[in-house]
Write a protein that binds this ligand. Structure first.
Ligand code: BG6
Length: 494
């Protein structure tokens, strides 16, 4: 049943992720009427000794673009429970608080819906999950297979955040631990890139447009780049970051998910299982990574962070070529590139087509057809075309067929990734979440490389902050066939 009261429990409520992402996302859902006062309660849980108001005031500063009244109404939905992450006591009081709320709202036929959001460091996942399982699950539905009360139902669902382990073995261990406590249908492994508007558009673009269907393969596509850049460094997260590095932080999850949607075959239907089946298949078709198709780098100044060891080899930049061993993609390099402290902040997919054969215009040097999907900032997609330069001469130039969202969808507010994914969880839609076998396949691709980087067998090349990263990465892209074209951005008139 989708009615009845809803309890959203944010574990790690006083942490960074909760303040910056989880609570603001909940607030936006509230603003749009998805979380109605009277039907939802939000419980913050953490170790700090705080009052309800103490937590509310901490969150207030992060809720922007709304009237004070609206913010206050939202904050009134929040209660705080303090307790440790590994003792039964705290979780018992959490459960009491939830049950008290449910009893005050639920009649005999009502249901209990409990959503647990783990905004926590990975070290406490196993213990917190055990505590939730032992003390806090919906009392009427032990698991999706075991319903304890015919008249009162509902669900318990758990959202977990990366990192899901550090390599294949540790990820599998975590998966088994969680798998003993929850059914796969109760587990929502979040990858917030799957909540981004233009990532969600990939499926539609590829499979609803006749134009792309015959072109999307090795006969027409020369190379694909999936790029993430940030113009700031690790900023106080050095200690965490140094244990993971850019491949685990961005490439193995966010960029790999995007890769799946670009490269996978058409799913049988839009059912979450059908889509995730295709993702697993394409991941399993990726050949072992060749080390002469990898460039890693580290920005100068990264080790100034006192929590980063002086001899750290952890990459803050990486460019890795994936090769898909199947009929559609044999021979097409997919270059996955990510870096911190670069010259700009941007995430985009660049699908570069082969040159038109028999060039009578001698226009080749101006560039080639390229389809660019910019995820952020300023969502857009554009297709680079060669056109006649307007005027009396028969000359050609490169131009764009442009769909800039800021121009075409001026009145639409594009939802935040977290907002959409939390709503999906409440609705029970797992399409945009990572399934266990998908996660395993993702780790299988990167684990050998990561182990060798950790062992110092590949060295990070130093690069200056505010640049494009090591020049070796651009050289590798050129070697892969990528022809540098000019970036393009529609600037709104002022
Ligand atoms: C997170 C990474 O998953 O994604 C961060 O841990 C990174 O290092 C962030 O900054 C980027 O997300 P977005 O949505 O700003 O591109």
């Amino acid at each position: 049943s989708e009615s009845g009261c809803l309890s959203i429990v944010v574990l790690g409520a006083s942490g960074d992720l909760a303040k910056k992402k989880t609570f603001p996302a909940l607030f936006h859902l509230f603003q749009q009427g998805f979380l109605q006062s009277g039907e939802v309660h939000i419980f913050g849980y953490a170790r700090s000794n705080l009052s309800d108001d103490g937590l509310r005031e901490r969150i207030r500063g992060y809720l922007k673009g709304a009237s004070d009244e609206h913010v206050s109404q939202f904050l009134q939905l929040i209660k705080y429970v303090s307790g440790s992450y590994d003792s039964g006591e705290g979780f018992e009081s959490l459960n009491n608080a939830i049950s008290e709320y449910e009893t005050s709202k639920t009649n005999e036929s009502g249901s209990s819906r409990r959503l647990f959001y783990l905004a926590l460091p990975p070290s406490v996942y196993p213990s917190v999950s055990k505590m939730i399982r032992s003390y806090c699950m919906n009392p009427f539905v032990a698991s999706i297979h075991v319903v304890l009360s015919a008249s009162r139902t509902g669900w318990s669902r758990v959202i977990v955040e990366k990192p899901f382990g550090k390599d294949l073995d540790s990820a599998e261990e975590l998966s088994s631990q969680l798998g003993e406590l929850f059914d796969e249908h109760q587990l929502y492994r979040i990858d917030h890139y799957l909540g981004k508007e233009l990532v969600q558009n990939l499926l539609v673009l590829r499979f609803a447009n006749r134009l792309f269907l015959p072109l999307w393969n090795r006969d027409n596509i020369d190379n694909v780049q999936i790029v993430f850049r940030e113009d700031f460094g690790t900023e106080g997260r050095g200690g965490y970051f140094d244990q993971y590095g850019i491949i685990r932080d961005i490439i193995q999850n966010h960029l790999l998910q995007v890769f799946c949607l670009v490269a996978m075959e058409k799913p049988v239907s839009l059912k979450p299982e059908h889509i995730r089946d295709e993702k697993v298949k394409v991941l399993q078709s990726v050949s072992p990574i060749k080390y002469d198709e990898v460039v890693i780098g580290q920005y100068e100044g990264y080790k100034d962070d006192p929590t980063v060891p002086d001899d750290s080899n952890t990459p803050t930049f990486a460019s890795v070529v994936l090769r898909v061993h199947n009929e559609r993609w044999e021979g097409v390099p997919f270059i996955l590139k990510a870096g911190k402290a670069l010259s700009s902040r941007k995430a985009e997919i660049r699908v570069q087509f082969k040159d038109a054969p028999g060039d009578i215009f001698r226009c080749k040097k101006q560039g080639r057809n390229e389809f660019v999907i910019r995820l952020q900032p300023s969502e857009a997609m554009y297709m680079k075309l060669t056109v006649k330069k307007p005027g009396l001469e028969m000359a050609t130039e490169q131009s764009e067929l442009d769909l800039s969202y800021g121009l075409r969808y001026q009145d639409v507010k594009i939802p935040e990734a977290y907002e959409r994914l939390i709503l999906d969880t409440i609705r029970g839609d797992q399409q945009h979440f990572v399934r266990r076998d998908e996660l395993k396949a993702a780790w299988e691709i990167f684990t050998p490389l990561l182990h060798d980087i950790d062992a110092g067998k590949l060295k990070s090349i130093p690069y200056k902050p505010g640049t494009r990263g090591p020049s070796e990465a651009d050289e590798m892209s050129t070697r892969m066939g990528y022809v540098q074209t000019h970036g393009y951005i529609w600037i709104p008139p002022t």
